[in-house]
Design a protein around this ligand. Structure first.
Ligand code: PLP
Length: 395
């Protein structure tokens, strides 16, 4: 063919991470068929949906089968009942987000990937290590990316003073609680970013997909920080909060005051969504609404408490071994420094061969992840307990 393709895709690193993990695990299992492997690499939830959510899905599906209550295309930005429930959720965590600023979607990943459609060729600032979607979606658009290093010294929470050059009008990605490091910005840390964005005319894209894991006095949302409504959009998800990884629902908040080049960001996003997206199905939106009800939140919190128990078992074990780590409190992730100076992949092989535990090598999340390793709390309590016993003997 003589068409031109988007050559920027050649700049994207092959996503060998999870396929490489799978092939090493497969080989080990074939050579050692009687060994029981414990998988702590997945970032997917494992507990089933709360009953109230399943009832809402069933009820709304049944409505779709009745002439009087059947619904066709949903509104592109979400049904009012869900936008209002999300607005109410923000009210409960102490901030005022009008429902008109909420855009419902089929998940945070779509919004994080699609947001580049409405932005021009800005400098992109991203902490490293990182959830790969921010980097890859910007590489696809040919944008220049500045990575700022997370490390033991800054607790994997880089701050703007680490950016050595002068910045004007950058797009800054922040994720807190963070995947993969489990680290969470304090109010002061986040304020430093908001102040920096306001000073440099930059915009923050704040990924709060793990907000529901927050238990300490750290921000649930960037809008707890004064001035954030002048410089930040927030992208959140029902995936980790309500177990919707397979159901698919999320949302983006675009405050009415956000404006660049004399154009409202909300107007651009409305246009983008109305052109390329046809909304989230009615049963899914009813299910999401039910997860935000008082009873729904209680059921979701019980599931999160279950995962948190796993995280704290791992944290106790690592502390007893003097292994440095971040996360595990306001997050389902534990991010540890590989012992004895091992590289991420050396430690992966060591854990697989000696303890039959599978985690994720930190190097897969960016250069600054080398020498680190991610364990997740999304397994069962029993498997995590057994993993801790094996780690206790091994480390
Ligand atoms: N943001 C972060 C930081 C994630 O880790 C994930 C999924 O693992 C997502 C977004 C994607 O969320 P969703 O399932 O809503 O697409």
């Amino acid at each position: 063919m003589k068409i031109k393709v988007n050559k920027n895709f050649e700049n994207i690193k092959e996503t060998y991470l999870f396929s490489e993990i799978a092939s090493r695990v497969k080989k080990y299992q074939q050579e050692n068929p009687d060994k029981k492997i414990i998988r702590m690499g997945i970032g997917d939830v494992t507990l089933p949906l709360p009953k109230i959510v399943v009832d809402a899905l069933r009820g709304a599906s049944a409505e779709m089968g009745v002439k009087e209550t059947f619904r066709g295309y949903p509104p592109e930005y979400g049904y009012d009942f869900l936008k209002e429930a999300i607005s109410e959720h923000y009210k409960q965590i102490g901030v005022n987000i009008p429902s008109a600023s909420v855009y419902v979607s089929d998940g945070a990943k779509s919004d994080l990937g699609n947001i580049v459609d409405i932005l021009g060729d800005n400098e992109i600032v991203i902490p490293d290590p990182v959830y790969p979607v921010y980097v890859d979606s910007n590489l696809m658009s040919g944008h220049k990316i500045t990575l700022i290093e997370g490390n033991i010294d800054n607790g994997f929470l880089p701050l703007p003073d680490q950016i050595a050059h002068e910045v004007e009008g950058a797009v800054i990605y922040l994720c807190s609680p963070n995947n993969p490091t489990g680290a969470v910005y304090s109010h002061e840390g986040l304020k430093a970013w908001v102040d920096y964005a306001l000073k440099t005319g930059s915009m923050i894209i704040y990924d709060s997909a793990y907000e529901a894991f927050v238990v300490e006095d750290v921000p649930h949302t960037i809008y707890e920080i004064e001035g954030a409504d002048q410089c930040a959009i927030e992208i959140c998800s029902f995936s980790k909060f309500a177990g919707f990884t397979g159901v698919r629902c999320g949302w983006t908040v675009i405050p009415a005051g956000l404006e660049a080049d004399g154009i409202k960001i909300s107007k651009l996003w409305s246009r983008r969504q109305a052109t390329k997206f046809n909304g989230v199905s009615y049963p899914v939106q009813r299910a999401a609404e039910s997860a935000l009800s008082t009873e729904g939140k209680e059921a979701c919190a019980a599931n999160i408490a279950y995962y948190r128990k796993n995280a704290s078992m791992l944290a106790v074990l690592l502390k007893s071994k003097d292994i440095k780590f971040t996360g595990g409190v306001n997050s389902p992730y534990i991010w540890l420094q590989c012992p004895k100076g091992m590289s991420s992949w050396e430690f992966f092989d060591f854990l697989l061969n000696e303890a039959q535990i599978v985690g994720t090598p930190g190097e897969g999340f960016g250069k600054s992840g080398e020498g680190f390793f991610r364990l997740t709390a999304f397994g069962t309590n029993e498997a995590t307990k057994e993993a801790c016993e094996r780690l206790d003997k091994l480390l």
